[in-house]
Design a protein around this ligand. Structure first.
Ligand code: ZN
Length: 83
């Protein structure tokens, strides 16, 4: 048997730094970033689009944001943006 290092992806909340994991099967990392991202978004996570080419995408778990009547998202860390 040989041991290999694999690159895996997860989505981390930009507020509480918790990693997304699937409650159903316990998985917390995926072989492709888009799979990890889509899983998290399907489970109520949100994504903030990059505002400039230097920004990465930001992600927030359901515990770390609220959405008001006008669809404005406010994160616990104080970032506001349109849903
Ligand atoms: Zn969070």
């Amino acid at each position: 048997m040989s041991i290999e290092v694999l690159q895996m992806f997860t989505v981390q909340c930009d507020c509480c730094k918790e990693n997304y994991s699937d409650d159903h099967n316990g998985w917390s990392c995926w072989s492709e970033f888009d799979s990890a991202r889509q899983q998290a978004l399907d489970k109520g996570w949100i994504e903030k689009a990059a505002e400039s080419e230097h920004d990465d995408l930001m992600h927030f778990c359901p515990k770390c944001f609220t959405i008001d009547d006008e669809d404005i998202i406010t994160t616990k860390s104080g970032i506001k943006f349109q849903n």
